[in-house]
Design a protein around this ligand. Sequence first.
Ligand SMILES: *Cc1c(COP(=O)(O)O)cnc(C)c1O
Length: 380
Amino acid sequence: MITPKQLHKLAVRHGTPLFVVDHDEIRRNYATFKKYLPRVQAYYAVKAEPLPEIVKTLYKAGASFDVASMPEFEIVHENIQHMPPKQRQQWIWDKIIYANPIKAIEALTQLDPYKPLVTYDNPEEIKKLEKYAPNAGLALRLKVPNTGAMVELSSKFGADPGEAVDLILAADKAGFTVEGLSFHVGSQTTNFENYVQAINLAANVFKDARSRGYTKMNLLDIGGGFPAPYDKSVKSFRILAKKINTELDRLFPREIEILAEPGRFMIATAGASVVKINGKAVRDGKTCYYVDDGVYHTYSGIIFDHCHYHLKSFRKGPVRICGVFGPTCDALDVISMSENLPTDLELGEFLYSPNIGAYSHASSTWFNGFPPAKVVHINQ
Ligand SMILES: *Cc1c(COP(=O)(O)O)cnc(C)c1O
């Protein structure tokens, strides 16, 4: 793990705001995933942090990729091209799934020559696919319980299990192969029963489809949602993996291919942020620090990801509750109203946040003229 001392050194050398990516930690996370879920091929969800260096590291480690837009597809496509061209077309979809149930026509037109593997969850999408991507292979996205996830996804995507077989047969009639099912239990799922219920729902759909004569499904995609250890309340991945393995082995024979789309799990603990104190004021008796990164940038997860990040001081000393604000003129740009920090920090000193790799730098803007944090890769 990257130490505070190393972070401080990097901030002195490169300046702030700084986003540090530790590739040893990415490889460790991938290895942990494989070790505890040996039957599951990990398709890294690129949206969590789409830097090409990360794609390269995960590709070398053996990962595949989940993309949801053409720019994400290009990032992966450009960084994994080491195969002879002849084998490529077929091979590429062992490495990429286009897991956005609603796809733009332009995207489908561009993807079709690659014979893509894509997800869908409604009849309109089948019509669109018929017209613009007749060579696609399909996976039906199911709606599953998202209880207790930090970020809920089931209200936006997923076919009701009751409609699933009709949608499979409709796609079959339109000339597609429905290769299997996918779902997402919600991001940062600490309620492990969500996975158990979702795998059972999927198994029932496999059974119903078979009883209605559809036997071509050979793939189950258990999605993302695997929690990052942000604090001690998150139970160990080993416990979750054991539950998942038990259900998979009970309900899905070995010949069914199992995929997952972990985003946060791979990258959250591999990213750290370092910021500099630009200003300091006492407001209503509370020390307030103004730093050079905020919610329009690396701390965007506070808004979009419903995630709370802690700021730490490099210097020890008696702490009190302080406020920490971002650099823009917007009053929304608040990193925290209550961080335990020393009150004697001076302008120019640094603060840092560990475990901020996922859904953070990825959604940085240029609001108010402030550019995204500089990225530094270590242990690449
Ligand atoms: C966002 C997303 C993921 C990644 O989710 P995590 O909770 O970060 O693991 C995987 N699959 C799909 C379809 C997604 O939309």
